[in-house]
Design a protein around this ligand. Structure first.
Ligand SMILES: NC(=O)c1ccc[n+]([C@@H]2O[C@H](COP(=O)([O-])OP(=O)(O)OC[C@H]3O[C@@H](n4cnc5c(N)ncnc54)[C@H](O)[C@@H]3O)[C@@H](O)[C@H]2O)c1
Length: 391
């Protein structure tokens, strides 16, 4: 095989941008063979623009198309795992949008299907291609910060208006979306957080429902995490702040990094803080350090993930974002909800996913909010800047 023929399931806000990227030849080795959407109007506009793309209004029919080698899934998140599993079982490679689904139990079942399928399974964590986050990960993994003590991420620059939430009946409801800012916007950051700092062993959270918008789910959350080595973390996110902040600070026994305003600031201690603390005769001292700044514009974003996925299928390249990783950030957000629902109690990981599913199902069953869908987001012929890393 020297090229993969791709089918895109869901051609709304995100899927239409993937379609235009692929159809305009920006992904070497990938072509657009088919699209699927339940919205006939959207299929009609693809028909008007592209004559050589097969159109489906049922993804099950698309999965039977032998001219489709791989599928990209860009429908609302509660459908991701079901479609992805069926696609893998039909012999298709799968690239799923974030989040991988809305429950850890769905992600677990998808991961085991993917393992036995032997197909390439990727996830659209496009922010993993950002050079500053890649460098931060390298610094932590190389041990340049020593033992991590604490990470603090304030990422409140996911500002959304009421009109955004009113643009789709599925948005910001327990039934249609399964969560709020932690499920829709923050998955990128929760994934990067665990990718850089590792997985926590316990989560305590406060999720504020409908604080800034007329919605059913949370639009602000604060999470406190504990790690196996005793480190702690704080993560604050919101869709109600303007101007927002994007500031990640990681402190360790050998120094500190801060990512903010497009710069990675690095303080390298000349001695391990733990040793100085134990041996110094001075009551107050500051440990000598070297300071450096790192800047880069590197971020291939969505196109980079599509190219890497294609290279993985055609040439066995290592995935930047394996689909199996989707469960990790979802574990943190599910645990945050569980903590909130149980009176902000401390939730140890792994948590009881049957209990989580039961409580989420209660939310879904009592979901009464019907968004006033008076606005619609435009279909995109290109990726939007707001989906990339913003400082
Ligand atoms: N990676 C990113 O930067 C990024 C950015 C935006 C959205 N997303 C993700 O993409 C997914 C879609 O979000 P969106 O903003 O494009 O939503 P959207 O509502 O604009 O588009 C979803 C599309 O799926 C279609 N659809 C719904 N159910 C379907 C079904 N059963 N079969 C076929 N088509 C169906 C809808 O008609 C719609 O056209 C979400 O999971 C979201 O988190 C990712």
């Amino acid at each position: 095989m020297d090229s993969i023929r791709t089918g895109i399931i869901g051609i709304g806000n995100m899927g239409s941008a993937h379609l235009h990227c692929i159809a305009s030849g920006k992904v070497k080795g990938m072509s657009a063979a088919a699209v699927c959407d339940i919205d006939e109007q959207k299929l009609g506009s693809v028909r008007g623009e592209f004559s050589n793309i097969a159109l489906y209004n049922d993804w099950r029919s698309m999965l039977k198309d032998d001219n489709v080698d791989a599928v990209i899934i860009a429908v609302p998140h509660p459908h991701h795992a079901e479609i992805a599993a069926k696609a893998l079982k039909s012999g298709k490679h799968v690239l799923v949008e974030k989040p991988v689904d809305i429950t850890v139990s769905a992600a677990e079942s998808l991961n085991s299907t993917a393992l036995s399928s032997g197909k390439v399974f990727g996830i659209m964590f496009n922010q993993r291609t950002n050079g500053l986050y890649r460098r931060a990960r390298e610094i932590v993994k190389n041990g340049e910060l020593g033992d991590i003590k604490r990470s603090v991420w304030i990422v409140t620059n996911w500002y959304r208006t009421q009109s955004y939430y009113d643009s789709g009946a599925w948005r910001a409801t327990w039934r249609g979306e399964g969560g709020g800012v932690l499920l829709n916007q923050a998955p990128h950051n929760l994934d990067l957080w665990q990718w850089i700092c590792g997985m926590p062993s316990a989560v305590t959270a406060f999720c504020n429902t409908a604080k800034y918008h007329n919605i059913e789910v949370e639009d602000e959350a604060s999470i406190y995490t504990e790690y196996p080595n005793g480190a702690t973390g704080v993560f604050i996110t919101s869709t109600g702040d303007s101007p927002g902040t994007n500031r990640l600070e990681i402190s360790g026994t050998l120094g500190k990094i801060v990512l903010e305003d497009g710069v990675l600031k690095h303080w390298r201690l000349k001695e391990n803080e733990r040793d100085v603390c134990a041996s110094s005769k001075e009551g107050f001292c500051s440990i000598p350090f070297e300071y450096e700044e790192y800047k880069t514009d590197e971020e291939t974003a969505h196109r980079g993930i599509l190219q890497n996925f294609t290279d993985a299928v055609l040439h066995g390249a290592e995935l930047i974002a394996p689909g199996y990783d989707g469960i990790k950030e979802l574990t943190i957000s599910n645990a945050a909800y569980l903590s909130e629902w149980k009176g902000n109690t401390r939730v140890s990981l792994p948590f009881d996913s049957a209990e989580f599913d039961k409580l989420l199902n209660e939310k879904i069953m009592s979901s009464s909010y019907v968004p006033d869908t008076k606005t619609s987001l435009p279909e995109n012929s290109d990726y939007l800047k707001r989906w990339q890393v913003r400082w």
